[in-house]
Design a protein around this ligand. Structure first.
Ligand SMILES: *Cc1c(COP(=O)(O)O)cnc(C)c1O
Length: 466
C-alpha cells in the first residue's frame, strides 16, 4: 500500500514512512492511494473474531509489506491485552435499535488509547527494523498527552516529552501524565496556556538543526496510523449487529474529525454503514457546515466536553480531498484560502456529497447535563459529557428500523465534576487507577521559553542514548 499527500507535493510513502513522518512536507495529510475492499463474505468470516484478531485482519492491507502478518497480530494482541473489558470495545444496548460502544477501557480511560496503544508499539517495531530512535514531543490540554505517554512509556526506541499548561489541566488529567515514572518520559509543566505549549512544540519542529539532532516526531491525530487504529471498532460494531446483511448507522462525538473519519474509512472498505452523525458541542463549525455549507471558524468557547472544543478540525482535510474527487491542487487551494480568510469555500456539489454521508448534531452545556441526568435516571447508565452528546445525536437522528451505535469516547470517571453536577454521583475510577491520587508524580516546571524546553529535551535524549 502506498500513501499520498492530500496536497500532492510530498513524497509517496509506504505505511512505515507515513507512520514516522506524520504530517506531509507540503502541509497535507497522508491518505491511502486506494481503499482496500472487503467482500460481504470476507466480512462475514470476521464475525466472532476476538477484537485484536479482527483489528489485525482489517489493518493488513493498509500496512502492506511493511509489517508481516504474524507481527501485526502480535502487536494488536499486546495493544489490547490490558484493556478493562474482555470484549475490548463492548456494545451496550440503551433502547430499541440504539447501542453505545464503549471505547474507554484502555489505560487512560478515553478512546485515544485505541489507536495510541498500537501506534506506540508500531513505532518501536519500525524503529528497531531501521535501528533508529525518535523523540516524540507534543502539547496537551489533557486527554491526548496521557494517552501518548501511556503508549510510549518504557518503549525502547522512543523518548517522549509532553508539555502541559501548568495548573490548567484537571487533577485526574495531570496525574495520569505525571505519575508515569518511566525513564523515557518527561512531563514539562509550562508557565502559560495550552496555546503557548502548542507554539513551543511548533517552534521545536521549525528549529531544523534541533529537529534533526534529536529526531523529532509526533503522534498527533493527523498521523494516518491514528486513523487506521480506529477503523476496526466500526467494523466490529457493525458485524455484531448484523452487517454486512443490514445497514448500520453511527453517531460520533467529534472534535478533530479523526474518529468519524475512521468510520467513513470503514464504509469505504465495504462495511454497509448508512448514516454518520457528527455530534458537536457549542463549538459547532461542523454542524453549521453540514446544515448550510457554512464552514467558518469562530473563537473556541470552553464547554463541558473539552475534547470537542475545536475551531478547525484538522482531519477534515482528508474528507475534503475525497469530496473533491482527490484533486490535490483544489484541496491545497481550498485549505490555503481557509487559512487566509477563516472561511472554507466548498462548491454546492461537494457539499451535497458531504451531506449524503454525514449529518450534524449540536448540543449545549445545559442540555448535556440534563441528558446525563435523564439517561442515568431511566437506565442507570452513566455517560460522560462527550459520550452523552453522541447518544442524544443517535436518538435524534437514528432511522426507523436501522440499528445505530453511539461511540462512547470517555469513561465517566474522567469527568467527575460534570457527572457530579448532573447526577450527584461521584463516579469511581476503575481498579487500575483507584490509587491515582496517592501516586508519586514527577514533572518539571519550566518557563514558556524555547531554549529552556529544548535543553530539557536534549537532557532526556542524551541520558537515554547513553
Ligand atoms: C479526542 C476526543 C474526542 C474527539 O475525537 P476526534 O477524533 O478529535 O474527533 C471526543 N471525545 C473524547 C473523550 C476525546 O478524548
Amino acid at each position: 500500500m502506498r500513501y499520498i499527500s492530500t496536497r500532492g507535493q510530498a513524497p509517496v510513502r509506504d505505511f512505515s514512512g507515513v507512520l514516522l513522518a506524520g504530517l506531509a512536507e507540503d502541509g497535507g495529510l497522508y491518505m491511502p492511494q486506494s481503499w482496500p475492499h472487503f467482500s460481504a463474505d470476507e466480512l462475514r468470516a470476521m464475525r466472532g473474531l476476538p477484537y485484536p484478531d479482527l483489528a489485525a485482519r482489517v489493518m493488513r492491507d493498509f500496512v502492506g509489506d511493511c509489517i508481516d502478518e504474524a507481527t501485526l497480530l502480535r502487536l494488536c494482541r499486546e495493544s489490547y491485552a490490558n484493556f478493562g473489558s474482555p470484549a475490548v470495545v463492548p456494545l451496550i444496548q440503551l433502547g430499541p435499535n440504539l447501542w453505545t460502544q464503549e471505547l474507554f477501557h484502555g489505560p487512560t480511560l478515553a478512546f485515544k488509547d485505541m489507536a495510541l496503544q498500537l501506534v506506540g508499539r508500531l513505532f518501536d517495531h519500525v524503529l528497531s527494523q531501521r535501528d533508529e530512535r525518535v523523540t516524540i514531543v507534543g502539547a496537551t490540554s489533557g486527554d491526548t498527552g496521557s494517552a501518548a505517554i501511556e503508549a510510549c512509556a518504557g518503549r525502547e526506541r522512543v523518548d517522549i516529552v509532553i508539555l502541559h499548561p501548568e495548573g490548567r489541566t484537571s487533577e485526574v488529567q495531570r496525574r495520569q501524565m505525571t505519575s508515569v515514572l518511566a525513564a523515557n518520559v518527561k512531563n514539562l509543566a509550562v508557565a502559560g496556556t495550552f496555546d503557548d505549549c502548542q507554539d513551543l512544540v511548533k517552534a521545536m519542529f521549525a528549529d531544523v538543526p534541533f529537529r534533526s539532532e534529536v529526531h523529532l516526531s509526533a503522534v498527533n491525530s493527523i498521523n494516518w496510523a491514528r486513523i487506521l487504529g480506529q477503523i476496526p471498532y466500526y467494523v466490529a460494531g457493525a458485524l455484531a449487529l448484523g452487517a454486512p446483511d443490514c445497514e448500520i448507522d453511527f453517531a460520533v462525538p467529534t472534535g478533530n474529525f479523526g474518529n468519524v473519519l475512521a468510520a467513513y474509512a470503514a464504509k469505504r472498505i465495504g462495511v454497509p454503514i448508512g448514516r454518520l452523525v457528527v455530534a458537536s458541542n457549542r463549538n459547532d463549525i461542523l454542524a453549521r457546515f453540514l446544515a448550510h455549507n457554512d464552514m467558518s471558524a469562530k473563537g473556541v468557547e470552553p464547554s463541558l466536553s473539552p475534547s470537542m472544543d475545536i475551531q478547525v478540525s484538522s482531519n477534515f482535510e482528508r474528507l475534503l480531498y475525497e469530496l473533491l474527487d482527490r484533486d490535490a491542487a483544489k484541496t491545497a487551494a481550498t485549505m490555503v484560502e481557509f487559512r487566509a480568510t477563516g472561511k472554507m469555500p466548498i462548491s454546492h456539489e461537494a457539499w451535497q456529497k458531504a451531506t449524503a454521508l454525514f449529518v450534524g448534531y449540536r448540543m449545549g452545556d445545559d442540555e448535556t447535563l440534563s441528558a446525563i441526568k435523564a439517561l442515568h435516571a431511566s437506565s442507570g447508565y452513566l455517560a460522560d459529557p462527550h459520550t452523552i452528546i453522541g447518544i442524544e445525536a443517535a436518538r435524534a437522528l437514528g432511522r426507523e428500523g436501522v440499528p445505530i451505535i453511539a461511540e462512547a469516547t470517555a469513561h465517566p470517571a474522567k469527568f467527575p465534576d460534570a457527572i457530579m453536577a448532573a447526577t450527584g454521583i461521584h463516579p469511581p475510577l476503575p481498579a487500575h487507577l483507584a490509587d491515582l491520587y496517592e501516586r508519586e508524580e514527577r514533572y518539571t516546571c519550566v518557563p514558556a521559553e524555547i531554549e529552556v524546553i529544548e535543553a530539557e529535551v536534549r537532557a532526556l535524549v542524551s541520558r537515554n542514548a547513553a
